[in-house]
Design a protein around this ligand. Structure first.
Ligand code: S3P
Length: 182
């Protein structure tokens, strides 16, 4: 697929560190940062949990896709996404047009530990959050991998270390990328 932008696009599961690494990358590179969760929350004037509760997941997903559309002019930004963004094929196509898509991965145990520190995610408010996490991971892992240009394993790394790895991998990816014609 032809790329149009040079944005750095972060995808991955809840707890992968997308928001923190996005901030670190913005600091390191001086680029502007956009976070689709923040854009949606601002638009509704509600937290993500409140949006799920009052408007429902479908309305959240529509607003998430609309936020991505608004980012079309942001070719050089850092773009942070919510963990479910890859569930819509059109979103994935859009992300790939915006720039290099980085999948921040981590093993299940690491994700669970990180998520448990801030237990606000509406999708994990279930009787058995660990089982829910496992199931969501099983269905989403192939989607993240299919959407990404580069995967960076964040397990055991600080945000600064992950950010540096992301920048190194983008350099490599750009050096070796063969763009299709057209
Ligand atoms: C979601 C992840 C959340 C947020 C919403 C749904 C998901 O973002 O968009 O709660 O479906 O995985 P984070 O990945 O930043 O937690």
């Amino acid at each position: 697929m032809k790329k149009h932008g040079h944005a750095i696009v972060l995808i991955g599961f809840m707890g992968a560190g997308k928001s923190s690494v996005g901030r670190t990358l913005a600091r390191m590179t001086g680029r502007r940062r956009f976070d689709t969760d923040e854009m949606v929350a601002t638009r509704f004037g509600l937290t993500i949990s409140q949006i799920f509760e009052k408007r429902g997941e479908e309305r959240f997903r529509d607003a998430e896709s609309e936020a991505l559309e608004e980012l079309s002019g942001e070719a050089d930004a850092i773009i942070v996404t919510g963990g479910g963004i890859v569930m819509r094929q059109a979103n994935t196509a859009r992300l790939r047009e915006l720039g290099t898509v980085i999948f921040l991965s981590a093993d299940e145990e690491t994700l669970f530990q990180r998520i448990s520190r801030r237990p606000t995610r509406p999708l994990l408010q279930t009787t058995d959050p660990r089982a829910t996490l496992k199931e969501l991971l099983r269905t989403r892992l192939p989607l993240y991998r299919a959407a990404a240009d580069v995967e960076v394993d964040t397990s055991g790394l600080t945000h600064d270390e992950v950010a540096r790895k992301v920048l190194e991998r983008i350099d490599e990816d750009e050096r070796t990328r063969v763009e299709p014609e057209g």
